[in-house]
Design a protein around this ligand. Structure first.
Ligand code: XMP
Length: 515
């Protein structure tokens, strides 16, 4: 929404795992913020309406030859800068200081002592607990005022003399840092003089107006999957243009148990105009004999586009395609293209090629939002709680959870077992505490006993992860009795399963979905 014009906080991404959290904290404080590549030219930042710059943390050491750096001109813009962790070390390095490997790594909670009054620490207690995660430390910084220290970091917070350039060695964006949000708030409001300009309630009104202005009385289509992103998008567009929006729901046969029936019912309640396409057989036919994960995704993506295009053509002239792209999707693909992660980790299927093929203009009303923000908007728009709280589900559906060829038998096992996993998590109160939870099935068989008889059956792998925005993930430390119930029910209730295993790999190096 009026993106170029709004005053914003630019967070420069030096590869740290918490970079997104910084953006989110700024938004929570009511100031619009976006993540940019660390080497974005300073003039681009000016064009973007940047009024504050934050350097994120990152895994490198500033003294290494391939360490990421920033355009030096950013220091000449007169825009205040706050460096966090690697960001602080980079400022020290570029301003003539010395950064070296520390004898004592600081990791986790540490006591931080404020040594000097400064706006950055206005209203903050003199001694707070902060979150640290670094192996290097700033040893000297001649042009700086030292604002605070910890036991092992004599220069844990500083300000470059005569400039609005600050650095903190700790992570104020992380919840474990006491008063972290206040420190970021002090930077934005007291040092940068920013005003609050980001409120989600406003967002809905503005988004609807903007869509209405852009679309006029033309026709819009939307690929509706029933996930929160596409459903929220459809609702926003529907509020703007009413029945000039037609949604197409393609059932590729890879949905969760009872999902299609429940979704169609919900769409009806929301009064969305939906074309339901039952394409199960087409997809299964195309998937026959395909076992390579990338190939499976490609086939599903291609078939999806075909089905969607056929249906769309039946609607006559359509000018716009509404798509539920969200902010992390854009950042992920930008990172993947920038070479920071040169290889695409997985090709995420969407209707990417459609706008060009069908000469459609894209509407992406939630492209600047994080998942939590989408959830909030969805509530505001009256989306039912089941959809809002439902775990994310990949475009290729259960095919992403079936290792090897998608067969009817493996599909049944994956669907039934996943249903049990979700049901047990709901019962035990874990469902809302985790990011995703499902069952995986492959071709490996293991021996079991049924009565007196030994027989072979499938191995089901249960995957339950905690995550922030799916960038990184860790397995959920479920209590053994919850795992036991899941395992017992799967072997008892799902025909053809003899073993149940729990996936304990984190992302990285694994991904959340196995295929
Ligand atoms: P991975 O498996 O890459 O997944 O760790 C990260 C997140 O993305 C979801 N995912 C997808 N979402 N289309 C989607 O819309 C896809 O093709 C797709 N593949 C994975 C996955 O469920 C997880 O939340």
């Amino acid at each position: 929404m009026e993106r170029g014009m709004r005053q914003k906080v630019a967070v420069l991404d030096f590869g740290g795992q918490y970079a997104h959290l910084i953006v989110r904290r700024c938004r929570e404080l009511g100031v619009y913020s976006e993540l940019f590549p660390h080497d974005i030219p300073a003039k681009e930042l000016v064009k973007e309406g940047t009024r504050a710059i934050i350097f994120s943390g990152g895994p490198k050491s500033v003294y290494e030859s391939d360490a990421p750096t920033c355009d030096p001109v950013v220091f000449e813009l007169g825009v205040p800068i706050l460096g966090i962790c690697y960001g602080a070390q980079l400022i020290a390095h570029l301003k003539g200081g010395v950064v070296r490997r520390a004898e004592q790594r600081e990791f986790g909670k540490t006591d931080f002592f404020i040594d000097k009054e400064d706006e950055l620490f206005h209203g903050i207690r003199r001694r707070i607990t902060v979150w640290m995660s670094h192996s290097d430390r700033i040893e000297e910084l001649p042009n700086a005022e030292i604002l605070g220290h910890t036991e092992h970091s004599p220069l844990a917070a500083f300000r470059i003399r005569g400039e609005n350039v600050y650095g903190v060695q700790f992570h104020p964006e992380v919840h474990h840092t006491e008063s972290g949000k206040e420190i970021i708030g002090n930077f934005l409001f007291r040092i940068c003089g920013l005003e609050r300009n980001w409120e989600l309630k406003d967002f809905v009104r503005r988004a609807i107006e903007e869509i209405r202005r852009e679309v006029g009385d033309k026709k819009v289509i939307c690929a509706l999957s029933g996930g929160i992103d596409s459903t929220t998008t459809a609702l926003l567009v529907h509020k703007a243009v009413g029945d000039n929006l037609t949604c197409i729901y393609v059932d590729h046969g890879l949905m969760r148990k009872n999902e299609t029936e429940e979704l169609l019912e919900t769409f009806k309640r929301l009064k969305l105009r939906v074309v339901h396409v039952d394409a199960k057989e087409r997809f299964m036919r195309r998937l026959k004999g395909v076992s390579d994960p990338e190939e499976k995704r490609r086939v599903i993506g291609e078939e999806f586009i075909r089905v969607f295009e056929e249906e769309a053509r039946k609607l006559g002239r359509v000018d716009f395609l509404a798509q539920g792209t969200i902010y992390p999707d854009r950042i992920e693909s930008a990172r993947a293209q920038s070479g920071a992660r040169a290889s695409r980790i997985k090709s995420h299927h969407n209707v990417g090629a459609l706008p060009e093929r069908m000469n459609l203009r894209l509407i992406e009303p939630i492209k600047d939002l994080y998942k939590d923000e989408v959830r909030e908007i969805a509530r505001e728009l009256g989306l039912p709680e089941e959809i809002i709280r439902r775990h994310p589900f990949p475009g290729p559906g259960l095919a992403a959870r079936i290792i090897g060829e998608v067969t009817e038998e493996k599909l049944r096992i994956c669907r039934e077992a996943s249903f049990i996993v979700e049901e047990e998590l709901k019962k035990s109160g874990w469902y809302d505490r985790v990011w995703q939870a499902f069952a995986v099935v492959g071709d490996d068989l293991a021996t079991g006993v049924l009565g007196d008889e030994r027989r072979l059956g499938h191995i089901v792998i249960v995957r339950v992860v905690e995550s922030v925005e799916a960038m990184t993930a860790d397995f959920a430390r479920l209590p053994y009795d919850v795992l036991e119930n899941i395992s017992r029910r799967i072997t008892n209730e799902v025909e053809g399963v003899t073993w149940v295993a729990y996936a304990i790999s984190s992302k990285p190096p694994s991904t959340i979905e196995p295929c």
